[in-house]
Design a protein around this ligand. Structure first.
Ligand code: GDP
Ligand code: IMO
Ligand code: MG
Length: 432
């Protein structure tokens, strides 16, 4: 069985949760490799909706999941999600990497105070936590939490961070008191987390060596990658497929396929360039029908037409051979659907998006119009399968496949697990 990376091709929220949950029917292990609770992955199964922030999307099916070394691990969010999922009858089988960066309460406060407004972050402490990880002298890992030297290490970290925390108005009183409070919290976390921690590298590599079906679940999307996205309007980790290798400790040679998840249109939440952005009636139509409000923050998402230059860029950076195209139902009812096939930048036609803010702000999308589709009830097509779909829907999918040079393994026509329609290409990655 293969090792497959599931990666967001756009600005996040492509429906990675729904796709991972679908593949998890066959998967043995699902591994989150980047980001933290800035992610909001939705799984709708048996009429129940789960909004997962830190847990791998396998937990809805009760399958084994891993939070890899590349994750920014917030114990508070993890334990809250654990309680919530258990109260909903889920059996949680998750391993947390000892190598994951530890995200502490002050990271969230720093995020709110500094980067939240300027970049439109989720205020989940992601930037400040990765900043400390890279700085090393102020970083702590999950392993540190379980080390007898934790009290000393935390003290050293606070010595360096004290000024920063005071300047941001986060630390106002006595530093010793602040330290003791954190230490007490850490003690609580340790007790609740000890059953979950371990060597992610052994677990994941052994699973691959045994020929198990391993799914790497990316958070965020390619255009939000700190190295390859629209910097500085990005997150602080590597959502790209390569991030699965660094974030989970596996060789690039261990990955068999990369599945790019995309919406049938484009959305973005937070600030940053967006060449195909729409406003007005069509934007409202798509936002309302698609429920385009942030899973983590509830903010209305910006919406726009599909952007092929961006998808081609994404396909290249990730090595995408297969596509999962979601939310085709949302566009239903439109007479014509527009797709940006290229940009015009300074009089030149550009087919692969340059990921630079200045260039993207100048980019004028060159659109092609495709025939729309009008479907009120998708159930007959879900039953009838891929071949029964209206020609206009199949044309839209084939158009994307041709332009992006990748094959669709499934499409989504609704949020529920049942509303995924596989194509014949699914068999190429899963021996059904
Ligand atoms: P993720 O972060 O990539 O996992 O995506 P989100 O969960 O943040 O956002 C995707 C949203 O679209 C969620 O509300 C899903 O329930 C919903 N969704 C997923 N696939 C489909 C689909 O094919 N059609 C519709 N209408 N909604 C979908
Ligand atoms: P999933 O995994 C969509 C966006 C934020 C902001 C920028 C930086 O659900 O697809 P951060 O809090 O990471 O420092 O914010 O990135 N962002 C997301 N947008 N989906 C996400 O995750 C996102 N995670 C972060 O809105 O613009
Ligand atoms: Mg999301």
């Amino acid at each position: 069985m293969p090792a497959v990376v599931v990666v967001g091709m756009q600005f996040g929220d492509e429906s990675k949760g729904a796709v991972v949950d679908y593949l998890a029917e066959w998967a043995d292990l699902v591994v989150r490799y980047n980001g933290g609770s800035n992610a909001g992955h939705t799984v709708v199964a048996n009429g129940e909706k789960y909004k997962l922030h830190l847990m791998p999307s396998s937990v809805v099916r009760g399958k084994r999941g891993v939070l890899g070394a590349g994750v920014a691990f917030d114990p508070e969010v993890f334990l809250e999600e654990l309680r919530d999922l258990k109260s909903r009858g889920r059996n949680i089988d998750v391993l947390v990497s000892l190598k994951a960066a530890l995200l502490l309460p002050y990271h969230k406060e720093l995020d709110s105070a500094i980067s939240g407004g300027r970049l439109g972050t989720t205020k989940r402490g992601i930037g400040p936590a990765y900043q400390d990880k890279m700085a090393r002298v102020t970083g702590l890992k999950v392993a540190d939490l379980f080390s007898p030297r934790f009290p000393q290490r935390l003290k050293e970290v606070l010595e360096i961070k004290e000024n920063e925390l005071r300047n941001a108005g986060i630390l106002t009183g006595d530093v010793e008191e602040y330290y003791l409070k954190l230490l007490a919290k850490a003690e609580e976390w340790r007790n609740s987390l000890s059953a979950f921690i371990g060597d992610d590298h052994l677990e994941v590599n052994e699973a691959i060596a045994e020929g198990k079906f391993v799914v790497f679940e990316g958070a965020q999307g390619t255009m939000l990658d700190v190295d390859h996205g629209t910097y500085p309007f990005v997150t602080s980790s590597n959502p790209v497929a390569g991030g699965a290798c660094t974030g989970a400790g596996v060789s690039p040679l261990a990955i068999d396929f990369v599945v790019g998840v995309m919406k049938a249109y484009t959305t973005r939440v937070g600030k940053g360039p967006f060449p195909t952005e729409l406003s007005g009636d069509i934007a409202d139509y798509i936002r309302d029908r698609g429920g385009e409000y942030g899973t983590t923050t509830g903010r209305p998402r910006r919406v726009g037409w599909l952007d092929l230059p961006m998808l081609r860029y994404s396909a290249m950076i990730n090595g995408i051979g297969y596509l999962a195209i979601r939310k085709l139902d949302v566009l239903s009812g439109l007479d014509r659907v527009k797709v940006a096939v290229a940009y015009e930048i300074d009089g030149e036609e550009v087919r692969i998006a340059p990921p630079y803010v200045d260039e993207l702000e100048k980019a004028k999308p060159i659109y092609e119009e495709l025939e729309g589709w009008k479907v009120n009830d998708w159930n007959e097509f879900v039953k009838g399968g891929w071949s029964s779909l209206p020609e206009e829907v199949k044309n839209y999918v084939s158009f994307i496949e041709r332009e992006v040079e990748a094959k669709a393994i499934l499409i989504g026509v609704g949020p529920d697990r049942e509303m995924t329609i596989p194509t014949p290409h699914l068999r190429e990655i899963i021996p059904l």
